[in-house]
Design a protein around this ligand. Structure first.
Ligand SMILES: *[C@@H]1O[C@H](CO)[C@@H](O)[C@H](O)[C@H]1NC(C)=O
Length: 298
């Protein structure tokens, strides 16, 4: 058996047993508690007139999923650390119980409520007003189909109405600075942009680690399409995935290095890749994504 195959089998086995490894810090993957370095205001150098759909940025899948064992955990950095490391797209899953919005990944309660997420974003944008934060909000582990009212209530209580970008349209960088852009993945009146208006590749089902190649193909195809895709539309590519025999850590340990090698091989950074949303990203791969920005035409 080849060495790489053996490693994959070992990872798969630990996935079945449900061992939590922890404390690996590589350029592509980091499950230690804090980023190797920070880049909190990288958006300051992006021209004001640039539409946000032209900006390439790092994101995290299941941003708040820090607890609950290997099948639930997708990140190890706090929200504040993720934002300061350069992450600008957040994936927030709320459980709706009698007007309260708690943070869940499936059955796993993530020891936080939506108000703490809003406060975290508000504090970050106050400290770094050149930045913007995009936030997918989706109901999880409850099926009320009616979270709009509670979300609005939480915004009034834990943030303020003007923190939000109040339009379905893609803002320019100048319009977006200091704002939280809700990517609304729930029904109700417009609260921000509609999540479904993005061009999304989220093939998250990776039943076993032998399906990692198919997962990578989905990521690769969408990243290849992004530079020449509709520039008025935000592109969003998830490198994350999971399944019964492949927990998020194991998938990230395989896919993150593929993503890293793919990005590193590109010599032309003057192209739009859109949002790249990851599990357990490391500071160097975050920086690599940030380095892809369109050059100004002067
Ligand atoms: C909402 O849920 C969280 C987490 O269980 C709890 O700390 C908080 O007190 C609840 N808020 C309300 C208004 O019930």
């Amino acid at each position: 058996m080849k060495k790489t195959q053996m490693i994959i089998h070992l990872i798969a086995l630990s996935g079945i047993i449900g061992l939590s490894h922890g404390a690996i810090q590589r350029p592509d993957y980091d499950d230690t508690p804090t980023p190797e370095f920070l880049n909190p205001s990288w958006m300051a150098s992006i021209p004001d007139e640039r539409p946000l759909s032209h900006v390439t940025m790092p994101g995290t899948h299941n941003t708040m999923a820090l607890y609950g064992g290997v099948y639930a955990e997708c990140q190890t950095w706090s929200l504040a650390s993720q934002l300061r490391a350069g992450v600008r797209f957040l994936d927030i899953r709320v459980r709706h119980v009698k007007g309260n919005l708690t943070i869940h990944h499936g059955v796993s309660y993530q020891r936080a409520h939506f108000g703490q997420v809003l406060e975290g974003v508000a504090v970050f944008l106050q400290d770094f007003p050149s930045e913007t934060v995009l936030m997918r909000v989706k109901e999880e582990f409850s099926e009320t189909g009616d979270i709009y009212g509670a979300v609005v209530d939480f915004i009034h209580r834990y943030a303020h109405w003007n923190l939000l970008w109040h339009s379905r349209l893609v803002p320019t960088m100048g319009e977006a600075r200091g704002k939280l852009i809700i990517l609304q993945d729930f029904s109700g009146p417009d609260l921000g942009m509609r999540y479904a208006s993005l061009d999304i590749a989220d093939d998250w089902k990776v039943p076993t680690l032998s399906n990692v190649e198919e997962k990578w193909k989905s990521v690769y195809d969408h990243l290849e399409a992004a530079p020449t895709g509709n520039m008025a539309q935000i592109f969003l590519t998830y490198s994350s995935g999971a399944g019964v025999f492949a927990h998020p850590r194991a998938v990230a340990l395989c896919v993150n290095p593929m993503l890293y090698d793919y990005l590193e091989a590109k010599t032309d950074l003057n192209q739009r890749l859109g949002i790249i949303c990851m599990d357990f990203p490391a500071a160097p791969i975050i920086q690599m994504i940030i380095d892809f920005q369109l050059k100004s035409r002067f």
